[in-house]
Design a binder for this molecule. Sequence first.
Ligand code: PGA
Ligand code: ZN
Length: 424
Amino acid sequence: MPNKIKKIHALEILDSRGNPTVQATVELSNGTSATSAVPSGASTGRFEAYELRDGDPHRYEGKGVLKAVENVNTKINDALEGVSVFEQTQIDQMMIDLDGTKNKSSLGANAILAVSLAVMSTAAKANNVQLYEYIRSLYNPKLKKYKLPTPVVNVINGGAHGGTNINIQEFWLVAHKAKTFSDKLRQSSEIFHKLGELLHSVGMDTDLGNEGGYSPNVKSHRQVFDLILQAIENAGYKPGKDINLGIDAGASEFYNEKTKKYELPLENKNLTGDELIDFYFDLMEIYPLRIVEDPLDQEDWENWQDFTSDQFIKNNDVVVVGDDLFVTNVKRLKKGIEMGVANSILIKLNQIGTLSETLEAIRYAQENDYQVIVSHRSGETADTTIADLAVAVNAEYIKTGSTSRGERTAKYNRLLNIEEKLNN
Ligand code: PGA
Ligand code: ZN
């Protein structure tokens, strides 16, 4: 049987922050092989699958992943040897069972996901199809057309992603008006450069944060929005008409569980959930802010509910996205749908740890009319799987950083290539 797994091999490599991560290679009996690597977050949600790190202070300050690598090379390799590479669901389930814990803490979600993705990539290669075509066949072979996602381009990096005083984690350009992916990307890149020129001209820092956006110190959050608006105009576009804005507040990072307050040192304020919601609505009144991710803490379900059900959200089609809230987990998404919390889900493969469970979360979201944003992590590799995943499931959006830094543009460039293929 030529498509049987012969060997699985993992290696400790580095992510874009210089921290170790797991790469896995699957080899079939006929010699076909493919390699995948997993990313790593900084502002990780509390309910994410477990990222196994060695904890050995003499290597990479405890962040080594040799145990995860060893788990791939021994336990997982032994279990999957001889299994057909096309049995993605079965393979993922075998790893979940082999791990035996709720959050994949025994083998490590980083070990399991690296194998899950390498199995997927090897199967696509063995079938001689594009990766997005192969994922489509697993997701829903009845879906006919392919749709390219709109990029949400993170041009200002705050919170845990940059050395800045900005508390909101991400500020995005959303080129919603342009028709094609390549035009949306081009517009975003033009504005990104204008923003850099603008920051430079007023003496602000133009160094880049973890996701390739600028990361200056500012006077207020409003100042960030004003600078972005100016950059949009300087590039010849109209805010709101051509370009909307989005944020990932990453609110779990600035929520104080003891005081139950949201702490925004940049605004000199400690806010209740209600007050924070007012803060967002004030911003949405002034700016074309139409996508809001993680506005509230990952366990603050009631305030999430209030925020989502506000008439302004409905009247303006504001996309309310759950990231740390849902962690790509069907159980948490289900609770959210039942409560009327959020109307969109952020999808990160390594939050849940297998391709099959990720597809299950996307399927459940789409069946319930929740929009899908496929996302990178702040620590990335050159792996471009998420570009193919977004196209395979017809995701509305992809979030993969600014239009700079190789690990971010690798995904955008893959989408440019897919767009060209689909047009021919
Ligand atoms: P992370 O950030 O990868 O550091 O978790 C991304 C996000 O919060 O969306
Ligand atoms: Zn987020």
